[in-house]
Write a protein that binds this ligand. Sequence first.
Ligand SMILES: Nc1ncnc2c1ncn2[C@@H]1O[C@H](COP(=O)(O)OP(=O)(O)OP(=O)(O)O)[C@@H](O)[C@H]1O
Length: 597
Amino acid sequence: MSHSTTSSHALPDQFFSNYRSDRPFRTLLNLYQKDKKYIGLSMFFYIIKHSPEWIRPLIIANIIDIISSPNTHSLSELWFNGAFLAFSIIQNTPTHYLHIRFLSTATHSMEYNLRSAITRQLQYLSIGFHQHRNSGAIQNKLLRDVEAVALLTNQLFQYLPSSILTIVIAIIITAFRAPEFLMFFLGTIPVAVTLIRYFRVPIRSRNSVFRQQMESTSAYLIEMLKLIPITRAHGVEEAEIHRTEQRLQTLKEASIKLDLINALANSASWVSLRSFNLICLLTSAWLAYTGKWGISVGDVVLLTGYFDSITGSVVQILGVLPQIGKGFEALSSIGEVLECPDVEHNHGKTPVQHLKGEFSFESVCYVYPESQQQIAIIDFSLQVKPGETIAIVGPSGAGKSTLLNLIIGFLRPTSGKIKLDRQDMNDLDLRTYRQFLSVVSQETILFEGTVRENILYGKNTVSEQRLKQVVQESNADEFIQNLPHGLQTQIGENGVKLSGGQRQRIAIARALIRDPRVLILDEATSSLDTVSESLIQEALDRLVQNRTTFIVAHRLSTVRKADRIVVLEQGKIIEVGSHEKLLKNQGLFAILHALQT
Ligand SMILES: Nc1ncnc2c1ncn2[C@@H]1O[C@H](COP(=O)(O)OP(=O)(O)OP(=O)(O)O)[C@@H](O)[C@H]1O
């Protein structure tokens, strides 16, 4: 256990410091740091497994020379050449197996490491990052882009080296048997280089456009799925279908453009290199026919065979270029997450060991970086004693959610200070602070799992007795008992569906089990039936006891019970006081109150 914790902590640092999407090749090698021996072994077995491709033209040329001049060659030479080729063919089975085994180990470990590093980074990136990125786009990076990097590995460490090796071997053997023909082979180099230079930039840019389209379409589709109940309820299905089709059309156009450039690159290379091949065949055949340069029939077969391998390899190199472009694009897409500096910095800050729950807000201001012209929280000052319940009320857009996010530490004051037990929150390790904090938000997010797992969420050392007590205190025992398997009932997409009130009671139990010192309640605005409402209110009353609580309150009963009510308007505190005092004030609170009653 301790081992896995240390290694998983060590992993991302190594990735983050080495991950540079402006240096994709080096980054790729770094991703294989731990598994480079597997890559090496896999390449070694690939070369051996592939050897019949290089040996065959030589053996066939030998055999043709043997049979075309039986007087100078013995039959045993024929059998020897045959046996050699047979051996090189049979060895393919074990070497192919070993090649795949090592390659698969290396690429799948890399995929695992990369996905784990992305997940870790996502967990540490600021809430602001997540608010601005769509989950569909991130999902795409985690799944498709990592897959594209694994494919890139296959291209770079398998096809590319073997193609280069094929070319080198063909050149060496030709240099021995018919050195004059080397110039044909060398002639292919400028052609290949020109083709690569010509197509590299458009292939890369179309890949990039395609990738961005793919990301935004995934994001869009996820949103469309979430919206289906609202779409149907408003009867705007056709408009939604039309909107989706427009997106799909743009994606289709980007895919076609990418395919077309790839097709052009492939066919241009194929035609030019095959033309060279034809010239080589005709020239060597003419030389053999006229008996010049001492070219034998076997030599014609050998030269055309190797020229075939060379052109095949060059075509393969050009063919993998688009894949390589796609892989490098995926590396830079992943870099958008791994290289993002917007992480919460807790390293080296004071850990919170105990918490009383005293808050002191000193002239806190907050401005969202995206809307500088408007100040969301203005000069907010308030002293909160441990155990106090503060209700925050105010019209929509007054800054209530912003204030809660400042208290959780998701946002840092633009100016001013928030002190927690007299220490500036900026100096504290917020992860340790949040272990003393529970949040019950408007929308209860439950995950696929049992009721029990949803309540315990990350708190697995709780005794059975404590769990039962918490379930009772949150008024959830009755409905849980009526579920088919009680606490073990599966909920979420494939399980039992819970009502809004039931979900809220699970959220209350989830908060209670953590026994927090600070509680944040973002009350749901949706109206519940009176029974659920009173059950939830009762559970909430137990929950807030002896804890510093901040509630964005909508229910009158909650507001009435709060020790103090803070009334916000356009980011400013305009009133603070008890329920009675504020009613007497005849200010904004009294107006809001009158509207509700
Ligand atoms: N992520 C954001 N980027 C830019 N501006 C924001 C962001 N979130 C909120 N704001 C702005 O900050 C102000 C305060 O918003 P906030 O969400 O805190 O209000 P609220 O009182 O919680 O509103 P509501 O009751 O409607 O939820 C608003 O003017 C809002 O437009």
